[in-house]
Ligand binder design. Structure first.
Ligand code: ADP
Length: 472
């Protein structure tokens, strides 16, 4: 996939995701607002119902009083003197009720005193429950005359010396509450007080109502985000792998082209009538064919090794090895090539206990790979130092060169399969990008570690740690 296409997809997906998040947020906020509106309506409806109940109660009390006074104390009833005194039956009842109404209308403050706290508590509970509201709340009846709460939370309020009621916390909350209803204010009269209610858990109740939607939308958005990041990651990795594979194929073709051409030339030469009789020349050409063949075999072997390591179907032939000896052999094998390029190679065998349990062949390959790289990536005459050191439970081997070095970004990736530093002139140096991944696979198999340090233009050093006994 083109880099631009991937970028476009990332931008489009990001815009879509942000859009989805904004819409989700908007809907959730809308949901909370609707819930809040619904809650407000239900509370206001309940308060009005309670108000009606309280006013009915006040009427009833007045009715009874009026009834008693009309039976036992007719003469002392001032209202009865105003209205018609000789009514009975249904007409009388209606009259009584009207009289009662008028009684508290004439003196509404008196009606406030007729409220029974337990009744008020019960009315509130019943009305709120009938609206499906089952929350804790504070409530109170505020008297305009007293300028304070005469009832709080179902009890007559105790008034302090200072004049304010005892539970100032509740009264402050109630005073701030948006839920209040004026009491005994029928027929447009000025109210004598109000019934107020406050829900401390209102916010959490409202949030709880949208919680399932909130959680599921966060989870689903998270899931989409995860899949998106994962997919992009896979695309980018695949792109990298495919690039590396193309590089690898190019390198391999390049590596094989030369020996194939040489073999072809040598074979043609052997067929040449001028050479046919010359045994010496035939031997030389046969030797060239053999050498080139060997070179190709080594390359193929390298690729196969990595394939085998990849599938993990390799077994280590563990034997006791002295790493100082292995280093000495590898250095001697390399010295000729270093000398050819006027370079120098020095070994410092500082490890006193250099014995490890390991696969001699693989460990020797590891050392050769590191030394090969040190030569390959030194454009000037190579200057290589290889050191062995004792460390806790094992031995450390360091191969240091003063070659081209690497950037920090490249350093992070050199142990990946097929990875080659891709700066222009570097492609002059042959390789498959498999050497260091082989080093890592083998040290890992020996329960060891490999790390690299490098500075661009100054040189690199690779340190391999191998434990004395990988079975411990
Ligand atoms: P290659 O076949 O390309 O040498 P390796 O796996 O051995 O593959 O190395 C991977 C890359 O790490 C190389 O292409 C090279 O860029 C970088 N590299 C390895 N060793 C050195 C070194 N000693 N100095 C500088 N760069 C190195």
């Amino acid at each position: 996939m083109e880099k631009r296409t991937i970028q476009a997809i990332i931008i489009l997906m990001s815009v879509a995701l942000i859009g989805i998040c904004v819409i989700q947020f908007y809907w959730l906020k809308n949901g909370i607002d609707l819930e809040a509106q619904n809650f407000d309506n239900q509370v206001r409806y309940s308060l009005n119902r309670v108000k009606q109940n309280l006013e009915d109660d006040a009427n009833d009390i007045e009715n009874i009083k009026r009834g008693q006074s009309s039976i036992f104390n007719k003469d002392k009833d001032p209202l009865e003197k105003i209205f018609k005194p000789t009514l009975d039956g249904f007409v009388r009842e209606k009259y009584e009720s009207q009289v009662a109404n008028i009684a508290w209308l004439l003196n509404p403050e008196y009606a406030l005193g007729t409220i029974s706290p337990p009744d008020l508590s019960r009315y509130l509970r019943v009305e709120l429950l009938s609206q499906g509201i089952d929350l804790n709340y504070d409530f109170g009846v505020y008297s305009n005359d007293e300028e304070d709460y005469i009832i709080t939370n179902g009890k007559f309020s105790v008034v302090n010396v200072s004049g304010s009621s005892s539970d100032s916390g509740v009264s402050t909350r109630l005073s701030q509450s948006m839920y209040q209803v004026n009491l005994f204010d029928s027929e447009g009269r000025t109210t004598v007080g109000s019934l107020r209610i406050f829900f401390p858990e209102k916010t959490s109740f409202l949030l709880k109502s949208v919680l399932p939607a909130l959680i599921s939308s966060i989870l689903l958005t998270g899931l989409i985000l995860f899949c998106f990041v994962y997919t992009i990651n896979v695309i980018l990795t695949q792109k990298k792998v495919s690039l590396m594979k193309t590089d690898f194929i190019n390198n391999m073709t390049h590596e094989f082209k030369t020996p194939i051409a040489t073999i072809s030339l040598a074979a043609d030469s052997i067929g040449n009538p001028m050479v046919k009789g010359n045994e010496k020349l035939i031997d030389r050409y046969a030797d060239i064919i053999k050498q080139e063949n060997k070179r190709m075999l080594t390359q193929v072997e390298k690729v196969l090794q990595i394939a085998r390591l990849d599938k993990k179907d390799f077994t280590l032939k563990l034997v006791d090895i002295n790493l100082n000896d292995q280093v000495t052999i590898a250095v001697e094998n390399t010295r000729l090539r270093v000398n050819q390029r006027d370079g120098k190679i020095e070994a410092y065998l500082k490890a006193k206990n250099a014995k490890v349990l390991g696969d001699q062949n693989h460990i020797s390959n590891v050392l050769h790979n590191l030394l090969d790289n040190a030569i390959k990536y030194s454009p000037e005459p190579p200057d290589i130092i290889i050191t062995t050191n004792d460390v806790a439970n094992g031995v450390e081997i360091t191969v240091a060169d003063k070659g081209i070095g690497m950037s920090k970004e490249d350093l992070k990736r050199i142990f990946e399969k097929f990875y080659r530093v891709s700066t222009g002139n570097l492609h002059d140096v042959k390789g498959f990008g498999l050497g260091l991944s082989y080093v890592k696979a083998i040290t890992d198999a020996h329960k060891g570690k490999v790390k690299a340090q490098s500075e661009l233009g100054k040189g690199s050093s690779f340190t391999v740690y191998l434990p004395h006994d990988l079975n411990l």
